[in-house]
Design a protein around this ligand. Sequence first.
Ligand SMILES: NC(=O)c1ccc[n+]([C@@H]2O[C@H](COP(=O)([O-])OP(=O)(O)OC[C@H]3O[C@@H](n4cnc5c(N)ncnc54)[C@H](O)[C@@H]3O)[C@@H](O)[C@H]2O)c1
Length: 415
Amino acid sequence: MERRTFIKNSSLAAIGTGIGLWSCKGNKFNLVPVPENEKIRIGVVGIGARGTDILRVLSKVAEFKVVAICDVLDFRIENAKNHIGNEIKIYSDYRKLLDEKILDAIVISTPLHEHYPIAIDALDAGLHIMCEKALTHTLEQAESLYAKALQSTKLFQVSYQYQLNPTFNLIRELIEKGHCGKITRIEGVWNRNSNWRREPPSPELERQVNWRLYNAYSAGLMAELGSHQLNLIDTIAGSHPLKIMGTGGIDYWKDGRETFDNVYALFDYPGGIKASFSSNLANEYEGFTMKFKGDKATIVTSFMDEAFIYPEKDTDMNWDENTDGVTGASIKIIDKTRRREISGKKSDKTIYPFDTHYFNTTWLLYKNFAAAINGKEKLLLGLKDGFRSALSVHLANSAIAGANVVYWPEQYSVL
Ligand SMILES: NC(=O)c1ccc[n+]([C@@H]2O[C@H](COP(=O)([O-])OP(=O)(O)OC[C@H]3O[C@@H](n4cnc5c(N)ncnc54)[C@H](O)[C@@H]3O)[C@@H](O)[C@H]2O)c1
């Protein structure tokens, strides 16, 4: 497929979203200082790959002051020292950190099986929580944590930062405005040609470093990759799925792993939307791709960095060399097919600190978290959102494991 971009990531070409925040190409990001006594004291528990990225992001969110980090692996602490100042306290046991009562908020970026105990203890400690996805390792943990967190007066955010991606928000607006017509299919894939392994510094650390491959710590591809897309699909569908089917297996990487390397699940949403998510570690064709299919047009996006719209043959979209009044998306024919390139409107309201959507969307997530803690904004993604995606992950895994049909639990039908 011709690689023309509809939304260009590299230049941070900006597209208006519901939250009205935008970048300005060519301008430099400036950190607006926040007085020391007004900063939110935050600690990061789990400073592996994601935790280290979060430390980088937090260095550009002046509302937060990172006062502590915690990890059980020494080599991770050593590595993290490159990203933190000398005054930051270092812990190997998160309970000791909580006992010292030096935090207002906590980030949980540990392997999945540790999210639950840390989140429960952090709720008891009265902290605001930013928990990495997926919310929990098991469905029962998700139910118990959700019930407890609902009782807290503090904020609970699950890190689904793709929701803040400008490409996704433009897609959402275009769909809401009816440009795709009635959506009946949403297809998501996230494929890699990779064993998903990391080289441990010593053999005895195999399970701790490669936790994603073992059932005691991980909920596999559905949790690690699928939950992001399921979260986006819920937003477009405006609901959770009602019925889930699935299949999967260890079909290629027969190397002692326990989590499946090839999964496929189907989701029935209300309103006649059938969705699918599949992930394969033995073929990376299409990488991260989502397709939103309606009776007027299909939108196809790749890694949320670019997307195209393909009108159905009888659709008169009035979009030939046109600009959509609400989204600001300008559409022009780019070749002899019916494919259209769309560019987003620009505004100078926000200047992003990083070069990639991955970091900038995480930055937006933390900016919003800070503003919500300070009572200035509502949380863009709340506890309910994270709980709903966790249920989808665990129900899909249950359908895959049992090769059966699984139904959304009635008691959560109002989510
Ligand atoms: N939102 C995203 O885009 C995104 C991206 C990557 C990872 N993640 C999520 O972030 C989490 C971590 O993933 P990762 O790739 O960084 O894993 P990782 O293995 O690189 O890092 C996890 C760290 O947590 C530490 N840890 C384990 N138990 C701990 C405990 N009890 N107390 C303190 N530290 C502990 C480990 O030693 C390790 O350093 C996972 O939930 C993953 O799904 C999210």
